[in-house]
Design a protein around this ligand. Structure first.
Ligand SMILES: N[C@@H](CCC[C@H](N)C(=O)O)C(=O)O
Length: 259
């Protein structure tokens, strides 16, 4: 069988994107997803995303990590699928779609995707880190000299260590640039490596920085390995609402692969 796919990237977090409105894709084939994401034997990507029909909203997003398993929300993937929906002429400049963590509103302004993320009601603070769920689970921790930090090995220890164990977490290492700007490097669960950017990760960092009093700003700039993102939010009591992940999403190429 020959499969038509598109490749997208959002600040360097890259995805195989498939239009599955005609149910062309074998959704339970973990090995096929892992093969397509394999950088040596397949297309190569951090994850694979299916765009599917939805009974009431514009479309449905189904997200798989590079290891082949369906996973929780992907923020950069969410921005990329909005760009893909516009490319397919399913939407114009705004949309509501369903992902694993619920409905997401998004708008496109000057080619930049503004994706609303789920509300965050709980930020758990520990001595050296914070833990929160922004659609996916995130450990947030300051480190010194982030540019030379061993993200892969230190991230892996935390991801598989207590209290996360096998279910795991994504791990974000952070350095402050100024009051409203941070540099972030992320070890991603399901990729089991550092990625160039993680959308739910920078969202978690922005909220954690506000929650811990490191920033009073409600729009935070995040520098990642693959570019720059912004996260804005409104603090309402103990909750973070109207959380927006803002940044570019680009189609890289279209292809066909025998599988
Ligand atoms: N790259 C993503 C996060 C994808 C999910 C994550 N790997 C997990 O399984 O928790 C993003 O941009 O948010």
């Amino acid at each position: 069988m020959t499969l038509t796919f598109y490749k997208y990237q959002g600040t360097g977090n890259d995805f195989v994107m498939i239009d599955n409105r005609q149910n062309v894709f074998d959704k339970n084939n973990t090995k096929l997803v892992a093969f397509l994401c394999d950088r040596k034997f397949g297309v190569g990507a951090d994850g694979l995303i299916l765009l599917e029909n939805h009974p009431t909203e514009d479309f449905k997003m189904v997200y798989y990590n590079a290891d082949g398993n369906e996973s929780s929300m992907c923020g950069n993937g969410g921005r990329c699928i909005v760009a893909f929906a516009e490319f397919l002429q399913l939407i114009t400049d705004q949309t509501t779609f369903e992902a694993t963590d619920g409905l997401h509103f998004a708008k496109i302004e000057d080619n930049i995707i503004h994706l609303q993320m789920k509300d965050v009601d709980t930020v758990k603070s520990f001595k050296n880190h914070q833990f929160l769920d922004t659609g996916s689970p995130h450990h947030v921790q300051f480190v010194a000299d982030l540019a030379h930090f061993d993200v892969k090995n230190e991230g892996k220890k935390i991801r598989y260590g207590q209290p996360y164990n096998q279910a795991g977490t994504n791990v974000n290492f952070v350095e402050k640039v100024n009051e409203d700007t941070y540099t972030v490097r992320t070890y991603e669960r399901g990729v089991e490596d550092e990625t160039l950017s993680c959308g739910t990760g920078v969202t978690a960092v922005a909220i954690a920085m506000h929650n811990t009093g490191n920033s009073v700003a409600t729009t935070i700039n995040l520098n990642v390995q693959g570019g720059a993102l912004k996260v804005s939010f409104v603090k309402d009591g103990n909750s973070y609402k109207k959380v927006m992940l803002i940044g570019p999403a680009t189609q890289v190429f279209k292809g066909e692969i025998a599988c």
